[in-house]
Design a protein around this ligand. Sequence first.
Ligand code: ZN
Ligand code: ZN
Ligand code: ZN
Length: 252
Amino acid sequence: MKLTFLGTGTSIGVPEMCCNCQTCLSTDPHDKRLRTSALIETGKGNIVIDCGPDFRQQTLRAGVESIDAILLTHEHYDHIGGLDDLRPYCANSEMPIYARQDVIQHIMERIPYCFGKEKKPRTPTMKLIEITPGKTFTAAGVEVMPIQVMHGNMPILGFRIGGLTYITDMKTIDGSNFELIRGTKILVVNALHTKEHPTHQNVRQAVLFAEKINAEQTWLIHMSHRAGLHKVMNAKLPPHVSFAHDGLTINF
Ligand SMILES: [Zn+2]
Ligand SMILES: [Zn+2]
Ligand SMILES: [Zn+2]
């Protein structure tokens, strides 16, 4: 299978508007971070994890011609703001969207014109499918394990697909859910910046988490401009832990 990082930035993206910091002014393409999202090519189909406001630009850039399933981690705008742009991908069939029940509820409230009696023509045709943490389901021909993690005091989902575990927007995880990650070979996990934050891991906490999981390689995502320059930070991080960057692909 192949993972492509469609975006590796925090909710506002990098560069941030109205900011003249070193990272926002950087000309290194590795420092341009669209909102966090990933494409997984399973060999039997394509999965996209999260569908944020940069979805259109990301799928055009990556040349994504079809999508078989969308997995949603949670309902924050930077993770679902692009759902309306799914239209070209569900012109011929319903798009399965896998999410927690509370996320499904939020989506139906935010874009009611896509559902039921209120459904307007030329809106995306989505099939919202409830998933439960700890219970596997099949998407694009592969088994997916949803794993509950805490985004501050908000329970959200990470996903394990074979040797890959993908977690974004996590602050903490409890022991029983931690067990579901054990043995993962490729870990993708969020690292917001270098300071303490109430709902996100910072870089130091992400490195400690990576050490606990002890994957062959850990890729950090959902970085803000205050996480620093890609090149500088990657030189400081331990071996086997790196900042991911938009467009990076890995096989697993
Ligand atoms: Zn986020
Ligand atoms: Zn900045
Ligand atoms: Zn969030």
